[in-house]
Design a protein around this ligand. Structure first.
Ligand code: URA
Length: 220
């Protein structure tokens, strides 16, 4: 698909893509989810943040990162001076995967088949928004973007050369919420914020992007 040139055309292309994705049956997750949760943000955003999949609140509201993990993300973005409204925020998998325990819906990690099935939508979002920087929040996003299983801890805080763009890697905010020890949780949050400081500096052109020896050696 040729990428439309103007912002209006790209906005229309994104809307058409969202409508197409709403009837996606490439995997079974649509069956139990309330709705598809597509990405949101400006079509000419300088960076796209990619999470894992919508959670319970996102599934009900139809918007990415508006539940507990979203609050962690919003707090960190605000603290490093990044405006959420200026970023395009999406997920690797666009339907909520969960198991039911009574009335509670418990998050389940998407499997490789589901990540692969949904990858087509993510890659088309990237093609249309065409952001110079794509940020993977966590292992599922990294897997969806690169097609490889790689430890986030090895790559976090770095800008890597990927498909003609810069790929920035950090943890998923919900990994911070899962830490029970308060001091450890604070340290994890500080490390996440420190990663986002680098992203913010990069987007202000105050920091270099891909630097040797990372250049071209994503998994080296
Ligand atoms: N976790 C994600 O990865 N994405 C969301 O939208 C919400 C929680």
């Amino acid at each position: 698909m040729a990428v439309p040139a103007s912002v209006e055309e790209r906005r229309a292309a994104l809307e058409a893509l969202r409508r197409e994705a709403e009837s996606c049956r490439r995997c079974d997750l649509w069956r139990d989810a309330t709705q598809l949760v597509f990405g949101e943000g400006p079509v000419d955003a300088p960076a796209m943040l990619v999470g894992e999949q919508p959670g319970d609140v996102e599934d009900r509201t139809g918007r990415p990162f508006v539940g507990p993990a979203g609050r962690v993300l919003d707090r960190a973005l605000a603290e490093v001076g990044l405006e959420r409204e200026r970023l395009y925020i999406t997920n690797a998998v666009k339907h909520f995967k969960f198991s039911s325990r009574g009335r509670r819906r418990i998050h389940q990690k998407p499997d490789v088949g589901e990540i692969e099935a949904c990858r087509v939508w993510l890659l088309r979002e990237i093609e249309i928004v065409d952001p110079p920087v794509v940020a993977a929040l966590g292992a599922t996003a990294l897997r969806a973007l690169t097609g490889r299983v790689t430890a986030v801890t090895r790559l976090r805080g770095r800008f890597l050369s990927w498909e003609g763009r810069e790929l920035f890697v950090t943890v998923h905010p919900s990994s911070i919420l899962r830490i029970e020890d308060e001091a450890a949780q604070e340290r994890a949050y500080a490390a996440f914020r420190a990663d986002l400081v680098k992203l913010a500096a990069r987007l202000r052109n105050e920091a270099p992007g891909v630097t040797p020896p990372a250049q071209g050696r994503l998994f080296g």
